[in-house]
Ligand binder design. Structure first.
Ligand code: ADP
Ligand code: CA
Length: 429
C-alpha cells in the first residue's frame, strides 16, 4: 500500500479535506503536526510531532522514521508546512520543489526579487525594517503604496497608504503586529516591512498544478468585490472567470512565468494577480493550494476534489483528467463560488442570525461557520481568521455571485464589545 506523509499545522483549515481525500484513496496515512495530539502516544507510527520551523531537523527525523516505514509522498497542506515539506521530500528523494524555491515564496521580498530578476510584471518595491524611521521611509516611496509584512499571510498587516501621514500610521500599526510574540517567534523576516506601488485593477486567483515544470490551470477565480484598501479582506471568489479569453490566457502565461522565475516545478500553486489596462501583474505566487475551505468550490472529472488531485499527483497515481466537472447546462466548467464572510467588527461574537434563511437562497449549497460563539473577532489588519464560508453553485458565474450576495444580506451578527485585550487599536477596521 502507498504511504503518505501529510504535514498538518494544528490550526489549519485544510485538515478535513486532505484527510478525507487520503481516506478515499485508500493510502496508508501518517500525519505530522507541530504539537503532540492527544492520540499521539497511542498511535506513535501514525501521528507524529515535528518542529515545522526547523526543516533540517524535521527532515533528519523523517529519514530515520522512513527507514522503517518508507513514504511514497510528502504533502504539506498549507503555507506553514511548504518549506519543511520540501526539505523532507528532497532528503527522502521524493519529487518536490527545491527548498530554495519554496522558501522564496514564503518571504514577499525574496519573491519580488526573484520576479523582478526574471522580468515578470510585479509591483515596484522597497524593503524597510523596524530599524528604519517611518517618517524618513515615507519620503522614499511612490503613492499610493501598500505596506506589508514579508512573512505573514491572509492579508494580515497589508495596508494601503495614499500619503506620508497614512504611511507613518500604517508602518506603526504593522510594527505592533510584528512585535507580538507569536510573530517574533517566526524568526527571520519578522522585522521586515515591504512597501510596494499600489496596482489598481481587478484581482483574480489562479489555482494550478505544476507537472514537471509545466503549469496546468485548474481554475481561475474572479474576485468581484473591489479590493482598493486600506485593508484587503477577501470576500467573494467566483469561477470560471468572466474575463475575456485573451486576458485569461495572459494570466496563465504570467503565472507560469512567475513559477519559473521562482524555480517552482512540482505540485499545487496558488497565485494572485491584478489586471489593469496594461495587462496582468503578479501580486503573489504560493507553493500550495487555495486556503481556507475555498477548495470545496472545485470538482474535477467525475467528482474528484482538489485534495484528491494533489494527493494523486504526489503519489504518482493516475489522474484521468484535470478538467473541472461540467456545469448543469454542459459546456464549460461548473460555475461555483465562495464567500469568505467578512468580519463586521471587533468584539465577541454572541449570535449569528439568518443561517436558515441563507440555506433557502437558490444556489446556496452550504454555509460553514469557522468561528464559534463567544470567540473574539479581530478584523484586519490585525486579525487573520475567517468568520466562515458560504458556498454556491448555479447556472452562471453571475448567478453564483448574486446568490452569495443575497445569502450574505440575510446574515446578521450580534457582536458585543470585547474586554480590553491590547490587541488591535480601538475602532480599527
Ligand atoms: P497575503 O500573503 O497576506 O495575502 P498579499 O501580498 O497577497 O499578502 O496581499 C494581500 C492583498 O492585498 C492582495 O490580494 C491584494 O488585494 C492587495 N495587495 C497587495 N499588494 C498589492 C499591491 N502592490 N497593489 C495592489 N494591491 C495589493
Ligand atoms: Ca495573498
Amino acid at each position: 500500500m502507498l504511504r503518505l506523509l501529510l504535514l498538518v499545522p494544528t490550526t489549519t483549515y485544510r485538515t478535513e479535506d486532505f484527510v478525507e481525500a487520503a481516506r478515499k484513496l485508500d493510502v496508508d496515512l501518517v500525519v505530522a503536526s507541530e504539537r503532540p495530539n492527544v492520540f499521539s502516544e497511542r498511535l506513535p507510527d501514525t501521528l507524529l510531532t515535528l518542529d515545522f520551523t526547523d526543516p533540517e531537523t524535521a527532515a533528519r527525523e523523517m529519514v530515520a522514521f522512513a527507514r522503517r516505514t518508507p513514504f511514497n509522498a510528502v504533502v504539506p497542506v498549507d503555507d506553514r508546512t511548504t518549506v519543511v515539506g520540501a526539505a523532507i521530500a528532497n532528503t527522502l528523494g521524493l519529487p518536490s520543489n527545491t527548498v530554495a524555491a519554496v522558501s522564496a515564496t514564503r518571504n514577499k521580498y525574496q519573491m519580488r526579487e526573484a520576479l523582478a530578476k526574471a522580468g515578470v510584471p510585479s509591483p515596484p518595491y522597497t524593503l524597510f525594517t523596524l530599524a528604519d524611521k517611518p517618517a524618513v521611509a515615507a519620503r522614499k516611496v511612490p503613492y499610493p503604496c501598500v505596506l506589508k509584512p514579508t512573512i505573514l499571510a491572509a492579508s494580515r498587516g497589508v495596508i494601503r497608504a495614499d500619503n506620508e501621514g497614512e504611511f507613518v500610521a500604517a508602518f506603526r500599526r504593522i510594527e505592533a503586529i510584528l512585535k507580538t510574540p507569536e510573530v517574533t517567534a517566526l524568526g527571520a523576516g519578522a522585522d521586515q516591512i515591504l512597501v510596494e506601488g499600489f496596482i489598481a485593477g481587478r484581482e483574480v486567483a489562479l489555482e494550478g498544478l505544476l507537472l514537471k515544470g509545466t503549469l496546468q490551470v485548474l481554475a481561475l477565480f474572479d474576485k468581484p468585490d473591489p479590493l482598493d484598501g486600506p485593508f484587503f479582506e477577501e470576500t467573494i471568489y467566483v469561477t470560471p472567470s468572466r474575463l475575456p479569453a485573451g486576458t485569461q490566457a495572459a494570466i496563465a502565461d504570467f503565472t507560469a512565468w512567475a513559477a519559473r522565475a521562482l524555480g517552482l516545478r512540482e505540485g499545487p500553486i496558488h497565485a494572485e494577480l491584478r489586471v489593469d489596462e496594461t495587462g496582468p501583474w503578479v501580486v503573489e505566487i504560493a507553493a500550495r493550494s487555495i486556503g481556507g475551505l475555498c477548495s470545496r468550490t472545485l470538482r474535477f472529472g467525475t467528482g474528484l476534489t482538489l485534495e484528491e488531485l494533489i494527493l494523486r499527483h504526489a503519489l504518482g497515481i493516475e489522474i484521468e483528467t484535470l478538467e473541472r466537472a461540467p456545469g448543469p447546462s454542459g459546456g464549460g466548467p461548473e460555475p461555483a463560488g465562495v464567500m469568505m464572510i467578512p468580519i463586521p467588527g471587533a468584539g465577541i461574537l454572541e449570535e449569528i442570525r439568518g443561517q436558515e434563511a441563507v440555506k433557502a437562497v437558490p444556489g446556496i449549497e452550504e454555509i460553514t461557520m469557522t468561528t464559534h460563539l463567544g470567540q473574539e473577532l479581530v478584523p484586519l489588519p490585525e486579525g487573520s481568521r475567517y468568520l466562515g464560508f458560504i458556498f454556491a453553485r448555479a447556472e452562471t458565474p453571475e448567478a453564483v455571485e448574486a446568490a452569495l450576495r443575497e445569502a450574505h444580506r440575510r446574515l446578521e451578527f450580534v457582536i458585543a464589545p470585547a474586554k480590553e485585550t491590547g490587541g488591535g487599536e480601538p475602532g480599527a477596521g
